[in-house]
Design a protein around this ligand. Sequence first.
Ligand code: ADP
Ligand code: MG
Length: 578
Amino acid sequence: MSKGNINVSVENIFPLIKKFLYSDHEIFLRELVSNATDATTKLKHLISIGEAQTELGDAKIEISIDKKAKTLTIKDQGLGMTMEEVEKYINQIAFSGAEEFLEKYKDGKNDTGVIGHFGLGFYSAFMVAKQVEIFTKSYKDEPAAHWICDGSPEYTLVEHDKSDRGTEIVLHIADDSKEFLEEGKIRGLLNKYNRFNQVPIKFGTKKVNDPNHEPKTITDKDGKETTEPRKQIEVDDIINNTNPAWTKKPADLEDEDYKNFYRELYPMQFEESLFHIHLNVDYPFNLTGILFFPKLTQNLDMQKDKIQLYQNQVFVTDNVEGIVPDFLQMLKGVIDSPDIPLNVSRSYLQADGAVKKISGYITKKVGDKLSSLFKENREDFEKKWNDIKVIIEYGMLSEDKFYDKAKSFALYPTVNNTYFTFDELIEKTKDSQTDKDGNHILLYAANKNAQHSYIEAAKAKGYEVLLLDSPIISHLMQKLETSGDGKVKFSRVDADHIDNLIKKDDTVISKLSDEEKEKLKPIIEAAVPSQTYTVQLESLDSNAFPFMITVPEFMRRMKEMSATGGGMFGMGSLPDMY
Ligand code: ADP
Ligand code: MG
């Protein structure tokens, strides 16, 4: 038996651990399960290289609650520790980790969201336990050890008669942490952090139908048939999937597997995703994952179904700010990387070279995927456009590299449901839609119904009219206008450009005589609320009203969203064009 004092410079570290980690108490379970997982995978490795002469068996991790004894136990069948190793790894190494942590975060109370990412390790058990016991037997032929520590720097270490290999951590839960003796609470935590853990985790048992029992159907004397109930058997309740889709090779997965994984990841999300992107890189950093483009038209719970960040299949956070570029945070899915530093603040994260590379890589992969979807099946891409356009347009505005790539597949639909890329559109309209100053005018409408009359007028003249209704499109138009030769201009179809465009076979003839126009003009102008409106007494199309009141394009853009952009005379007030 040995009694000892943990060698530490901060006297009585445990109250401090409690205080500084208050909001993140729950991570103790993730830490202990991670240690149990490490112990199991390390043993597996030792066996595979012939270091350890033992069988791994169906090594699993078992979590159990004893409400009477007020204990929570985490048990593994991993490599275990000898007495010496407990001294070294628990009393020295684990403790130095805790101490280092405190040094760093003593004053960092406000840096919330970071602390929980930091692997405080074994000692985080003291956030919820007033006493911790370790029973451990190494795979080596040596006596087992029993370590007890009650939350002060003193500990006891004695030999024990435990005979099965592995480690059992028993937490005597503190009175202010009783919630961790509730089955529902622990199940919830295991589900949050460990549902894709590499080693199976057993939490209690469950009843399932006995696969070896075929229920008999009995016919009674009246000829009535009854089937006997299925026999049930009790099996381990394994809470995790040790082989989630993102850890597999893309070549080994079918479309259906990705769909199933999406459902597995977001069980409450009934809408299927549009498509997925499988990330897989091992140089210059390690990263795997699967990202999904959701259907944005559906009322998604953006807060809930976010991208989840994992480290070696252990959940870390669903706040991927800084790691995934802003415009892709609307995506769903998982990224898993051991190379993302978690023990640092967000501002540091944004400046970190590795993280920048990761963010750049993800952006590139998304761009490549979109590009290949566009090339391989344009028709399908056009169908999806409405659901993905906001993300792509946002990306084009915020990331120049993405803009360069997306320019070749971003689409501009017309009111007739034809989809042009920007280059196609330019090519199609370059001869027919220039004004007298040589500007190349691209006409668009934001609302097909409200602008019906102008659209018809423009169509009658043979112009292409785009239907652009996404919320950030005006910013993108500006970017497209300024990034070319400066000659391309977007113009709302109700602006006064329609008449000014030069077109050779201009065949639309006004239905009004000059005399009629002369008489009407002052009457209409008197009814117009502001001088910035222009009154046009020209029937632009036989189906349309014979008068139009328009506002110049620059005025309209200045008023942005809610401007009264123009309207048709005779309708009472000027209708809102949006
Ligand atoms: P880390 O996991 O980052 O090394 P911890 O404080 O979590 O730090 O654990 C310290 C050390 O204690 C581990 O590196 C390991 O050697 C040992 N250890 C902890 N838990 C177990 C376990 N369940 N089985 C075997 N060794 C363990
Ligand atoms: Mg650990």
